[in-house]
Design a protein around this ligand. Structure first.
Ligand code: NAD
Length: 416
């Protein structure tokens, strides 16, 4: 879920694809709710399986199906990385998709209600929230947890608030390593003031049901800490369907990165004629962020977006039947202008209505001639940027109402 504010109601930020197709100029699009398991790039086919959501997706011969394609756009994103660390998959919660947010919410409420039962013991462990990974995901989650404790827990569980603790663990010397130095210092100092325990140069090596095992990378010392809720935000990993495609396509597709499909300036996967890739599953020497994906994206309704426009213009260039038309499409793509990324800056929320923004590009990252900003004004800027990125008017209204509602009544503490 690449939306900041894990506390927000997911209905405000989720856009039903079917609804979106109906409203935009992608009216002829056909949508199947299914997972692509295999891409047969030699025969131009994909194999899919109905995404298990309910009883009907568990049975029926229609559960698995194949589709032919002339051109394929791959935008599968990535999955949460666990680096094969024992116990992580079984015991940690993740923050990648909307359902992860709901699970975390349920777990937080569960730990508070359990700690509130008369005679409950070991409250310090039960109410210890450990976040692994000091990238933007981990930092924003720790900040949101802090806000929740400072507001709702203090109000609804006043006897428990001072027993809650938050620890953020990061293997590198600092959190938010992609931000300018001054902002990293600002973030670390703010977390220190907010009593979020930041353990840097600390690697998580193992997890079990009750403890996180860590190694201090400076001293080599190992230790373990009890936890009640473990949130894993250690980065992203390749989805199996993409890893298999890279392997099948051979060296060219994986030449720039073994973890994503290497694409050329037209978003075409290297070594292929008719496969395009974008977002986190494509490698273009750009960070795997929502901002990059949004500029590359294939949403036909948005004219400034690269691949959508390329495909639409390529299709307009096609004359005659589809078979001959593909040559015209290919030559249009070959001669088209290449994708040009326009970096608009990076934001991260730090809690208490404060955010940081880094508008420096890679070249000037040390100090940032384009500048940095931090504090409450940046927080409102951060909010308005994300607000403007929502795809529909409906969602903007829902989110606006949700924010006002939360300001007045506080966060919803029901499980849902
Ligand atoms: P990340 O890769 O940016 O950060 C993960 C961190 O986890 C790294 O700093 C790594 O050193 C640490 N780590 C990995 N394994 C560890 C271990 N075993 N023990 C301790 N630390 C460990 O991942 P992310 O934060 O999920 O972000 C993924 C991408 O999404 C990034 O490109 C990021 O910029 C983007 N993103 C941006 C925003 C934003 O702009 N506000 C928010 C969320 C994500």
């Amino acid at each position: 879920m690449k939306f900041p504010q894990c506390a927000v109601d997911t209905r405000c930020i989720i856009e039903p694809i079917r609804e979106y197709c109906r409203r935009s100029n992608a009216k002829h699009a056909i949508f199947y709710e299914a997972e692509c398991l295999h891409i047969d790039e030699k025969n131009n086919k994909i194999k899919c399986k109905r995404t298990p959501q309910g009883v009907y997706s568990e049975k029926g011969p229609w559960n698995e199906f194949e589709l032919d394609y002339d051109y394929l756009v791959v935008a599968t994103g990535t999955q949460s990385a666990t680096f094969g660390i024992p116990g992580v998959k079984e015991n940690a919660l993740f923050m990648k998709v909307a359902t992860d947010g709901r699970k975390l919410r349920g777990r937080i409420i569960d730990s508070l209600e359990s700690a509130n039962i008369p005679g409950a013991t070991d409250l310090q462990s039960l109410l210890h929230f450990v976040v692994v990974g000091g990238g933007p995901t981990g930092v924003e989650c720790a900040a949101e947890l802090h806000d929740f404790v400072a507001n709702e827990v203090k109000e609804f569980f006043p006897d428990l608030a001072d027993k809650v603790s938050i620890t953020l663990i990061e293997a590198l010397p600092h959190v938010l390593s992609m931000f300018s130095k001054s902002l990293v210092e600002y973030a670390e100092q703010k977390f220190h003031r907010d009593s979020i325990d930041v353990l840097t140069r600390t690697l998580v090596t193992k997890v079990d049901e009750t403890h996180v095992y860590v190694k201090n990378l400076e001293s080599g010392e190992t230790s373990k800490m009890p936890y009640g809720t473990l949130l894993w935000a250690s980065g992203i990993a390749t989805r199996p369907v993409i890893a298999e495609l890279i392997k099948n396509l051979g060296e060219e597709a994986g030449q720039k990165s073994p973890r994503a499909l290497s694409v050329d300036g037209h978003m075409k996967v290297l070594g292929t004629r008719n496969i395009f890739a974008l977002g986190d599953c494509a490698f273009m020497n750009l960070p795997p962020t929502a901002q990059v994906a949004a500029q590359q994206v294939a949403c036909c309704g948005f004219t400034g977006k690269y691949l959508g426009r390329l495909i639409r213009k390529g299709r307009n260039a096609m004359i005659g039947d589809t078979k001959n038309g593909t040559h015209e499409f290919d030559s249009y793509v070959e001669n088209a202008e290449e994708f040009n990324y326009n970096h608009m800056g990076a934001f991260a929320y730090l809690g208490d209505n404060a955010a940081i923004a880094d508008f420096s590009t890679k070249a000037d990252a040390a100090g940032g001639i384009l500048g940095t900003s931090a504090g409450t004004t940046t927080y409102f800027l951060w909010r308005s940027v994300y607000f403007s990125k929502l795809l529909s008017f409906r969602n903007r209204v829902l989110l606006g109402v949700n924010w006002v509602f939360t300001e007045i009544f506080g966060r919803d503490t029901s499980r849902r």
